[in-house]
Write a protein that binds this ligand. Structure first.
Ligand SMILES: *Cc1c(COP(=O)(O)O)cnc(C)c1O
Length: 222
């Protein structure tokens, strides 16, 4: 199977509103250009250095998504080039982004990452922490940031019942926040990877982040 064929087959399986973010971490620019030439424009990277290098080398009509853990001192490498940052995992990071944007008169579009997996090593807000964040109207503290929705990474398991439960947790949380804050453009749900995109799409994903099922196995794990 070629990259173009894989993308075509995924497009067929994933009707709107699910959109494919082609996760291109560890992939060469030549591989990314194969996807690009078959029409893909939305790409996701997870390491600031690699992200910036690819932004500088690849066509400027690519819509870049940042999906990895972001340290405050790397905001300057990522933010000016990112259409959407999926992986906001703390209020400290939000505050640092707000400060960066205010200083440079920039704006940012982000998703809040929710910790839904069983692995403790994963990043993200706890669901009740997020409910509090909105209940306390903290959104107002970040005038340069548009909160567009939620992102989650399910447990790394073949137990699809568990994954489904985790996706249900985050989609329910999204609906609760939408109901409580109809004034926010809180519409995006970034769930689903190569192993669970079909389930994620069935459960309301608007952005599926797919690497392996497009480009093949990665040489090293990230
Ligand atoms: C690597 C990565 C993906 C893509 O994983 P695949 O299993 O290769 O599809 C999705 N989301 C995040 C946050 C990632 O780091």
């Amino acid at each position: 199977m070629s990259i173009a064929n894989n993308l075509q087959s995924l497009e067929r399986q994933l009707p709107p509103p699910a959109q494919i973010v082609a996760v291109s971490k560890t992939r060469t620019c030549a591989e990314i250009m194969q996807a690009y030439h078959s029409g893909q424009r939305r790409f996701g990277e997870s390491r600031p250095q690699e992200f910036l290098q690819k932004v500088q080398q690849l066509p400027c009509d690519i819509e870049w998504h940042f999906i990895g853990h972001l340290q405050s001192n790397k905001i300057k490498m990522v933010l000016p080039h990112a259409h959407l940052i999926h992986s906001i995992d703390s209020e400290n990071l939000l505050a640092a982004i707000e400060k960066f944007c205010a200083a440079g008169n920039l704006s940012a579009q982000v998703l809040l990452q929710v910790h839904i997996a069983q692995e403790e090593t994963k990043f993200g807000f706890a669901p009740d922490e997020l409910m509090q964040f909105f209940a306390q109207n903290k959104v107002q503290q970040y005038p340069h940031i548009t909160l567009k929705g939620l992102m989650g990474i399910a447990s790394n398991t073949t137990d699809m019942a568990l994954v489904k439960q985790e996706f249900l947790t985050i989609s329910t949380l999204l609906k609760q926040i939408q109901t409580a804050h109809p004034e926010l453009p809180f519409t995006e749900l970034s769930i689903g990877m190569s192993g669970d995109y079909a389930l994620a799409a069935a459960m309301g994903s608007t952005l599926v982040r797919i690497g392996t099922a497009i480009f093949g196995e990665r040489d090293y794990l990230t």
